[in-house]
Design a protein around this ligand. Structure first.
Ligand SMILES: [Zn+2]
Length: 237
C-alpha cells in the first residue's frame, strides 16, 4: 500500500530553504485525511506527510510540501498543478479511496440502506435535472454505520466519497429531505477539491444550493433533524 517513498528524496532539501527552514525528520505516516503534521525547533522543521503521497513522484510531493509550508508560515497555501493533477486523477482516487474508506470507521460499504438507497436518490436528482453525470463521475455514495445527527452528510471532494447519515435511512423523514442532503454533498463534488478550504459554503455554493426546489422549506426540515438525536433527548431534563 505504501510506496518506497523514493519520491521524497531531495524534496526537503529543495523546498524547505525556500521558506527559511532546515529539514529535520521528514517522512510519511498513515493519516485518514490528506494532511500533514509538523514540529519545529529553531529553524529545523520536522514534517510528516500523509502516506497517500508515499508513492507519488517528486514534483507532486514538492508541490504538496510547498503548500504545507505556506500553511505553517501562516500564508494562504497554493497547491501546484503537479499535485492537483495527480490527486484528482481517476487512478489516484481508485487506488487510495479504498484505503481512505478503511480508515473511515463509521461508514458502510455502499449506499444500499434498509429502507432507502442513495443510488435511487442520486437518480431522482438526475431525473429532476439538478445533478449531472459530470458531477458524480468516479464517486461512491455510502451510508454511515451509525446515525449521526449533527452532520447529516459528509463529502470528501478529494476521495470522491459522499457519506450520508443512517438517520435518513428511515421512513421517519421524507425522501425529499434525503435528496436535499445528497444534493448538498454533490454540490461540493461539483465545486471540486479545494485543499484546506475554510469556506466550503461560499457564494457559488449557496447559489447552487438555493436551486433546490422549495429550498427554504426542505432545508428547514433538514435543519430540525439534529433535534431528534436520541442522545440529546436523554440529556434533556
Ligand atoms: Zn456542506
Amino acid at each position: 500500500m505504501v510506496g518506497d517513498g523514493s519520491g521524497l528524496s531531495g524534496v526537503p532539501e529543495l523546498v524547505f530553504p525556500e521558506f527559511g527552514f532546515v529539514p529535520g525528520k521528514v517522512g510519511f505516516a498513515a493519516r485518514k485525511d490528506m494532511s500533514f503534521a509538523w514540529s519545529i525547533r529553531g529553524k529545523t522543521l520536522n514534517l510528516t506527510l500523509s502516506d497517500y503521497l508515499a508513492d507519488a513522484p517528486s514534483d507532486v510531493i514538492a508541490d504538496f510540501t510547498r503548500g504545507a509550508l505556506m500553511r505553517i508560515k501562516g500564508m494562504k497555501p497554493v497547491f501546484g498543478k503537479a499535485y492537483l493533477d495527480y490527486v484528482t486523477s481517476d487512478g489516484f482516487i481508485l487506488v487510495k479511496r479504498p484505503v481512505y474508506m478503511r480508515r473511515s470507521r463509521n461508514i458502510l460499504p455502499d449506499g444500499h440502506g434498509d429502507v432507502r438507497s442513495l443510488y435511487d436518490s442520486v437518480q431522482r436528482l438526475m431525473d429532476r435535472g439538478l445533478v449531472f453525470d459530470s458531477d458524480i463521475g468516479n464517486t461512491v455514495f455510502v451510508w454511515t454505520k451509525k446515525p449521526t445527527y449533527t452532520r447529516l452528510g459528509y463529502c470528501s471532494t478529494l476521495m470522491r466519497m459522499v457519506a450520508v447519515s443512517r438517520a435518513l435511512d428511515s421512513e421517519r423523514y421524507p425522501e425529499e429531505v434525503l435528496d436535499y442532503v445528497v444534493y448538498h454533498e454533490i454540490i461540493h463534488l461539483r465545486l471540486g477539491y479545494r485543499p484546506f478550504d475554510n469556506n466550503p459554503h461560499d457564494a457559488a455554493f449557496r447559489r447552487y444550493e438555493r436551486m433546490y426546489p422549495d429550498f427554504p422549506a426542505v432545508s428547514a426540515m433538514a435543519d430540525k433533524i439534529p433535534l431528534d438525536n436520541p442522545q440529546r433527548k436523554r440529556g434533556r431534563r
